[in-house]
Design a protein around this ligand. Structure first.
Ligand code: FE2
Length: 668
């Protein structure tokens, strides 16, 4: 007689437990056990509980291959799903094998858990496991399918509604409840104040500061006080909610007709634009992609977006200031160059139109398309191409948690035809066109932070905390990924013969980047180095980069600091604006609070947030990757301390890339 000891752990999330009967069958190279009920005296499978059970066999089963788990109803109650975290089996020979599960199990489902060390396809030598591996991928490919939403954009998953999502990729019950609660509390506050849906105009900027009673942050308060100052305007392009557009300017675009004489008064010590360009002190934001986009109708008129230029100067005090704005690409008399010396309201209006273009690009291109959308590509490719026993599945799956759910929700309620962004200046058609135009800039190197910073000439610009923190994070992630990848792929030949890994990158290339070689994305992998770099980019994009563009939305993305909707046309001449013009251009009270509420919901922290580098699910069974995770966590913790210390010295702290504020995956 041989005895196997099983430690069976139920998840600790709401409703993880079950009253149903659970059965296991152990399958080994020497045979299989009887189908054995896991039944102890008293309650089994309660939330967060680990139960210890014994499975007896007449002889040892040899090398343990699979644990088959089945669930039968308790009485005739409705479906009572069980979230099984893991089963740890101690064999009669004393070997301890981890069988990670980390999924919901329903009645009648066939669940066969793979245990032990991570295995690549060419290492499989047992026909039972080869068949199991093929069966798993075939089921997954059926369950998760690609869909073309727009022929000129990355493909998406085929799920139309969150109700269609498999439980393993859905929000937990507690996350769903919290999301709903946040929405309701925001709505309730605005309704109580009578601002939600209000068509009234703002009477002054002071009133806008009292938009919320129950929600504020230190940065929000700072924004409320300083939003109209040039120094703070420039600061936001480096350390605000979107730092992706600004680049060093060594030559003016031909159609940007700013002259030396125009900007000379704003350069210190009588310097010239040419000289300051040579010194590397001039920077540019170019919103060409916004030029001529279709806009939404509003009160019977087409709204306006501007695809212009904003020129910045880094002065000797290391303050970045806007020094010239041209609101459209084509030079003309009706397209003057606005300057800080213009009337206060002319200059403010010009800055507001630039910020409006910046915010539209931020939401659709830098936030949705370049983090959420590409994360969905990585998610679908991962679940379709890599079986759970694959080392890179174990590494990547925590970094795609909840992404399909949040994107399916976002396509309905944020970026879809009936979504909230449809109430911005652009409307649905304009938003789609902006994303299509931006696809050519979605290159591999642009997603790799060190290359992105170098391409924009921003290696040495002072007080650029996004770059400072981001590059440190990139290096820490890279070093962790390198250790894991090199452990599982000791040589390039192993990369080449891992057909599942090749399928994974091929799916990403074909469905994510539409097979476009010019994008620079690899279609296949040849070396360990290539795999390391790519996976570093994946983890950085879905964690740090998303945090950088997502978490500052409540702090910064609200009118008058920045508005997604401007109701009046941009100025075409100087000297005709007043504060009344500005207040009429800004969204009305109801529109303002609606956009701000979205920022509140999207920047919220939820209790089941998993910070970067935290892996609550134990998926690796070998000591080496477990140690690598610990080293990764230690490095992140050191960086977190250093950033906290740096921030304590800053008037406006940059918190978005503090590792303790970054999630492992895109969940909001
Ligand atoms: Fe987001």
């Amino acid at each position: 007689m041989a005895e196997y000891k099983l430690e069976v752990t139920t998840g600790n999330m709401t409703n993880a437990g079950t009253f149903d009967h659970m059965f296991v069958t152990l399958i080994g190279t020497g045979g299989k056990s009887e189908r054995t009920e896991l039944d102890n005296y008293g309650a089994d499978f309660k939330t967060g509980m680990t139960g210890i059970y014994t499975v007896k066999t007449s002889l040892s089963l040899g090398k343990l291959l699979l644990v088959k788990v089945e669930k039968d109803p308790f009485l005739v109650l409705p479906e009572d799903e069980w979230y099984c975290s893991k089963i740890v089996v101690t064999t009669p020979e004393g070997e301890v094998v981890l069988f990670p599960c980390y999924r919901w199990i329903s009645r009648g489902e066939l669940v066969e858990l793979r245990g032990g060390r991570a295995v690549k396809i060419f290492e499989e030598d047992d026909p039972v496991l080869i068949e199991n591996r093929q069966k798993e991928l075939s089921l997954k490919r059926n369950l998760y399918q690609w869909e073309i939403n727009d022929p000129k954009l990355p493909h998406i998953s085929h799920f139309k509604d969150v109700s269609e999502l498999p439980a393993e990729v859905s929000f937990s019950a507690s996350r769903l409840m919290e999301t709903l609660y946040t929405k309701n509390i925001t709505r309730a506050e605005l309704m109580f104040k009578g601002t939600l849906g209000s068509k009234e105009e703002w009477e002054n900027f002071e009133d806008m500061k009292t938009m919320f009673w129950s929600k504020t942050t230190t940065i929000w308060e700072y924004v409320a006080q300083h939003w109209n100052e040039d120094d703070f305007y420039g600061f936001q392009f480096l350390n605000g909610f979107d730092t992706n557009v600004i680049k060093r300017c060594s030559e003016l675009p031909q159609n940007f007709t700013v002259t030396e004489e125009m900007v000379k008064p704003f350069l210190e010590g009588g310097s010239s634009l040419r000289k300051e360009m040579e010194k590397g002190n001039i920077f540019l934001c170019d919103y060409e992609k916004m030029d001529g986009l279709p806009t939404r109708m509003y009160d019977g008129q087409s709204l306006h977006v501007t695809g212009g230029f904003c020129l910045f100067y880094m002065n000797p005090e290391n303050k970045l200031r806007p020094i010239a704005i041209q609101l459209h690409q084509q030079p003309s008399k009706e397209n003057p160059i606005f300057l800080p010396s213009d009337s206060e309201t002319d200059w403010l209006l010009a800055k507001m139109f630039i910020k409006n273009a910046h915010m539209m690009q931020h939401q659709l291109v830098y936030h949705f398309m370049r983090t959420h959308h590409v994360a969905e590509v990585f998610t679908v490719a991962t679940v379709r191409s890599l079986p759970v026993i694959h080392p890179l599945y174990k590494l990547l799956i925590p970094h795609v948690r909840y992404t399909l759910q949040i994107n399916t929700m976002a396509r309905k309620s944020i970026v879809g035809p009936a979504g909230i962004l449809n109430k911005t200046s652009l409307g649905f058609e304009g938003m789609m066109e902006l994303m299509r135009r931006s696809l050519s800039e979605l290159t591999y190197s642009s997603l790799c932070l060190p290359e992105n910073i170098a391409a924009r000439g921003l290696e040495s610009i002072p007080n650029f905390y996004y770059r400072d923190d981001g590059l440190k994070l990139w290096n820490i992630i890279s070093s962790f990924v390198k250790s894991i990848v090199e452990y599982y792929y000791p040589s390039d030949s192993e990369v080449c013969k891992d057909t599942e890994l090749q399928d994974w990158i091929s799916e990403i290339f074909t469905h994510g980047f539409l097979g476009d070689k010019a994008s620079g994305f690899p279609a296949s992998f040849h070396t360990v180095k290539e795999v390391t770099k790519f996976i570093t980019m994946v983890i950085f994009t879905v964690s740090a980069q998303h945090a950088a563009v997502n978490n500052g939305q409540f702090d910064y993305c609200w009118a008058p600091n920045g508005s997604l909707l401007l109701r009046k046309p941009p100025p075409t001449t100087k000297g005709e604006s007043s504060m009344k013009t500005i207040l009429e251009t800004l969204p009305n009270v109801g529109e303002t609070v609606t956009f701000s509420a979205v920022g509140w919901i999207l920047s919220n922290k939820y209790t089941d947030m998993v910070p970067l580098g935290t892996y609550p699910d134990e998926r690796f069974d070998e000591p080496a990757p477990k140690q690598m995770i610990k080293d990764f966590q230690a490095e992140l913790s050191c960086l977190s301390e250093a950033i906290t210390e740096r921030n304590s010295q800053l008037k406006v702290p940059y918190t978005y890339l503090n590792p303790n504020q970054i999630e492992n995956s895109i969940t909001i």
